[in-house]
Design a protein around this ligand. Structure first.
Ligand SMILES: [Zn+2]
Length: 333
């Protein structure tokens, strides 16, 4: 009950803040929303408008993982709440089974594979061998927040995992494209991903072998999660700029020097973005609700017609694989 009264009080604050912005409130709790498992659902109202957003990529997901490690590892899930308004959130098993199976599970570890977060779950302190995995993909606007149960309500709340010390993992998602799985076989979800770009196994030779087989533009290959896991629009553009490689070049046309520079650039761009705790162009916030800072440090992403920091030439925008792509026509060949 404490959860509901806190939600109500918080909702008043959220309603006020959202009214100031001309938007409608995102979530409200109704007594009729309790389901047969004793968990309750959250009502939702459609937002009025939305603009193109930047999707969380490896640095954003990894920042959330590192934030959550000291806060939730070793903790036991006590209750689960799911919004009926996001029926596509839980991909496996059914929402009812998801709510039934998670309470009592202890979080033993959190790992990451590309843009996926994996919560390793055990049956409890007596048997701490992880047997199940809660896998989360934030997609476009998903956010994972660690909150005290008495904290004000969060807008666009889709799911809550209540934890044993009176705190919560809250999942919010404006566009409702995020996905979750509860499975004993994580390979069934992340098995088709290419090598993670932060994994030590991702070497220059591995990148070379990935590109040799592809005539698609290098930018499209870098963003193909089946080839390479973790890069999206922002960091593939930034890495190509740093490497001096034109985003439309066929992947297999890159020389050995190009591939070596690109491999190094990917590592440098990701390390810098992690240092800035990710990029917040619109929606991304970390597990405490704070924005990242890397959006102030990008060299080409969304800088159409602005001067290149290296040569002064105007940054251009083209479509690659259906996505807007920014580059310097002088620095990138
Ligand atoms: Zn330039």
């Amino acid at each position: 009950m404490a959860f509901r009264s806190a939600q109500f009080a918080g909702l008043m604050v959220i309603n006020y803040l959202i009214a100031l912005r001309g938007l409608r409130p995102a979530a409200s709790v109704k007594a009729a929303d309790f389901n047969p498992q004793g968990n309750f659902f959250l009502d939702d109202h459609k937002p009025c408008s939305y603009a193109v957003t930047a999707m969380p990529e490896l640095p954003e997901v990894e920042t959330i993982r590192r934030d959550l490690l000291p806060r939730v590892v070793g903790r036991t899930i006590t209750h689960v709440y799911l919004s009926p308004d996001a029926p596509r959130l839980v991909r496996w098993p059914s929402p009812a089974e998801f709510c039934r199976a998670l309470p009592g599970q202890r979080i033993e570890a959190i790992s990451r594979r590309g843009k996926y977060l994996l919560f390793h779950l055990s049956d409890g302190p007596a048997c701490r061998q992880a047997r199940r995995y809660l896998i989360v993909h934030l997609r476009m606007t998903g956010v994972l927040l660690h909150r005290d149960q008495d904290a004000p309500a969060d807008a666009y709340l889709r799911a809550v995992l209540a934890l044993d010390h009176g705190d919560e993992l809250r999942y919010t998602d404006f566009r409702k494209l995020g996905t979750m799985w509860l499975t004993d076989d994580p390979h069934s979800v992340v098995g088709r991903l290419g090598p993670d770009v932060l994994d030590q196994a991702f070497t220059v030779a591995v990148l070379r072998s990935l590109l040799d087989r592809r005539s698609a533009p290098i930018k499209a290959v870098l963003m193909d999660q089946g080839a390479l896991a973790g890069l999206g629009n922002i960091y593939s553009e930034e890495a190509l700029f740093l490497a001096g490689v034109h985003p439309q070049r066929p992947a297999k046309s890159l020389s050995d020097d190009d591939v070596t520079r690109l491999h190094r650039a990917i590592g440098e761009v990701l390390a810098e973005a992690l240092g800035h705790r990710g990029s917040s162009f619109r929606d991304y916030v970390d597990a405490e609700g704070r924005q990242g800072r890397h959006q102030w440090h990008v060299k080409v992403y969304r800088r159409t017609d602005e001067p290149c920091y290296t040569c002064g030439t105007q940054i251009e925008r083209v479509k690659v694989g259906g996505r807007s792509t920014h580059f310097c026509p002088r620095c990138q060949k």
